[in-house]
Design a protein around this ligand. Structure first.
Ligand code: ADP
Length: 400
């Protein structure tokens, strides 16, 4: 190769159509300008032949004139095979009818892009994403220069993902329907079982009351009384279990919506006798005018206020119900001046059947577990702050 020297003035005057990199080589005195026309075609051809991109050239009748190795290999051919054939011979059968309109677009617009399906020599299908332009050199017939990427694997991967997703959705929907059915059956079972268990218990309780009233022997009277109390406990356990099952159930039909104040007042009304018996003073203030599910909210306050009155110490019970906004929640508090709770148990007491006391305080150990379920179903959480001997404050959040 003849290297250019810096004395030659022609070399410092690059022709306008020369690419930038060539201009640099010429200025660096490594590339003689006069060699460019002969080399340009060779260099670009090498570049195209070795490219990973799929390249080919066809005329406006669709006759294949040139193809690079990557394009030929993508379809399982050698670059020479197929030259002179019409391109639609390589198209997947369902794509062939649109080939004429593709050629028409190339002829009229001189540009086209999109995807096409092709058939390999072995009969498989490949998907090419292409971007074709029409070269209109005056000395040549119009030629379509095609550049494409084989996106078959990507396409299949995405397709598989979509299929998997829809399979998953179908399975989740079927499982959800199954669970809803089971839930409904369980709920049905719980209410039937509780009703069927409660009725004979009530009968039994009445009989024991009568026997207790008629009994003259103190030992027998005590036996009747213990039996009656046991039945009372069993009856309240059955009722709590039913409430717990209902609070867990997603199937419970939505109840009427009432304001928080109405729910608090309804719960106090249902606790009227124990409030009066204990001499408790209950106050509530600052409750926001938000709407809540009537049945569950009344039950929530009934359990919390009921406990506040039940777990009283020597002082007469004082219960304060309030609410404060905090970020996206209302924090409701039920504060009492009762016996308090050791912080070591502050989590455990929200588990079903976890009690800190024996018979001295009647109970089933389910009340707070029900509260937790109710609050969580409203999208909030519940906790207690307390010290033994210093009362307890139960707090729960309600989304605003
Ligand atoms: P129950 O009252 O039927 O035992 P709960 O689930 O309502 O069941 O409460 C669980 C336990 O938490 C109670 O046994 C009691 O030891 C404790 N507890 C609940 N509320 C209070 C309260 N306000 N003050 C002190 N202890 C409480």
């Amino acid at each position: 190769m003849v290297l250019a020297t810096s004395e030659e003035p022609a070399m410092s005057q690059p022709a306008m159509e020369q690419p930038v990199w060539l201009h640099r080589l010429i200025n660096a005195d490594v590339f003689p300008t006069e060699l460019w026309p002969a080399l340009e075609a060779k260099l670009y051809r090498r570049l195209c032949e070795n490219s990973f991109g799929l390249m080919c050239c066809h005329d406006l009748d669709g006759i294949l004139l040139w193809v690079n190795s990557a394009a030929a290999e993508s379809l399982g051919y050698s670059p020479e095979e197929g030259l002179g054939a019409r391109l639609d011979a390589f198209l997947a059968p369902e794509t062939r009818p649109s080939f004429a309109s593709y050629l028409e677009r190339m002829r009229c617009i001189g540009f086209d892009s999109g995807t096409m399906r092709l058939t390999t020599k072995g009969g498989d299908q490949r998907i090419w994403m292409y971007r074709n332009t029409l070269s209109a050199e005056p000395e040549l017939p119009p030629l379509v220069l095609s550049h494409a990427l084989d996106i078959t694997d990507r396409f299949r991967g995405e397709r598989e993902l979509i299929d998997l997703n829809s399979q998953l959705e179908t399975r989740v929907a079927a499982r959800t329907a199954e669970l809803q059915q089971l839930n409904a059956e369980l709920q049905e079972f719980a209410s039937v079982a509780s009703h069927d268990l409660q009725a004979p218990l009530k009968q039994f309780q009445i009989v024991l009351e009568m026997l207790e009233a008629k009994s003259t022997d103190p030992e027998t009277t005590e036996l009747f009384r213990d039996g009656r109390l046991d039945i009372e406990r069993m009856s309240s356990l059955i009722e709590s279990l039913l409430n717990y099952a209902l609070a867990s159930s997603q199937m419970r039909p939505p109840a009427r919506q009432v304001t928080l104040t109405t729910a608090v007042e309804a719960s106090l009304l249902s606790l009227a006798s124990s409030i009066a018996a204990s001499g408790a003073v209950i106050a509530y203030e600052g409750l926001p005018p938000i709407l809540v599910d009537e049945v569950t909210s009344v039950q929530l306050f009934q359990n919390l206020v009921g406990n506040a009155v039940k777990y009283r110490g020597d002082r007469s019970p004082r219960v304060h119900i309030s609410a404060q906004p905090q970020e996206e929640f209302w924090i409701c508090a039920v504060e009492d001046n009762g016996i308090g709770i050791d912080p070591a148990h502050s989590r455990k007491i929200f588990e079903a059947f976890h009690r800190l006391h024996g018979k001295e305080y009647a109970g089933t150990g389910i009340g707070l577990a029900i509260c937790k379920k109710i609050v969580e179903r409203m999208g909030g959480r519940i906790w207690v702050e307390s010290q033994p001997g210093f009362g307890s404050t139960f707090r729960f959040t309600i989304p605003r």
